[in-house]
Design a binder for this molecule. Sequence first.
Ligand code: BGC
Length: 265
Amino acid sequence: MKLEGKIALVTGSSQGIGQAIAIRLASEGANVAINYRSNPEGAQETVAKVEASGGKCYTALCPNSQGYAVQGDIGMVDEARDAITETIEHFGKLDILVNNAGIEKHAPFWEVTEADYDAVMNVNLKGAFFATQEMVKHLMDTKRPGKIINISSVHEELPFPNFTAYCASKGGMKMFARNLAVELAPFGITINNVAPGAIETPINTKLLNDPQKLGVLLKNIPLGRLGQPSDVAAMVAFLASSDADYITESTFFVDGGLTWNYQEQ
Ligand code: BGC
């Protein structure tokens, strides 16, 4: 098991990609803090799946349970910081932070409200920024290395009309990771982004229920299917493990080939 003795926090893990990541990290032996904002049932479901994942806790720091739910809105800086400190209080330390919590709002650029802009930026970028800062302070205080993994999007590179705030947040996440990789490398802290394409999750409910839009999207995916949350989780598990010790400052696309599939008709 690659993550034996490691403690991980996955933000936004009561559903979708975050839930799959929490389960996968646990199955590799990590103890996992499951952060949620407004879906305690989903968080409890993740905890139950983490417990059932076949992972075992080998660390002396290990409490009775391999999973632990932490309530907090990552879009509020205080709550993002608290999610980190609560995890450390519960498990004794933190080794892996997965900045997964994310939202998107659909609107033409000229109709985007300030409230929607703030909501997207606060969760996707500001929350990740300050959660990471709290984690980094902990690693520096305890003089330990660590791994930070951001769940970005193909839209850290690729335009997504009608989702401009979302694209700005993910583009920001790209430079956030590049900058920190340089600044934190001397402390043994790595940071990488995973960029999912079209994954079957609650964020995509509208699209999944629209056969016409779904058909057009599938034509753009060379591998011919939507991704599953477990496809993303597998990449995160690799980046969280010591197999990835020499990897920092990169983005890994998990998109079935979507990003570079421009074809002239
Ligand atoms: C978005 C989805 C979108 C996918 C591919 C993701 O980042 O959250 O809504 O379908 O990118 O465009």
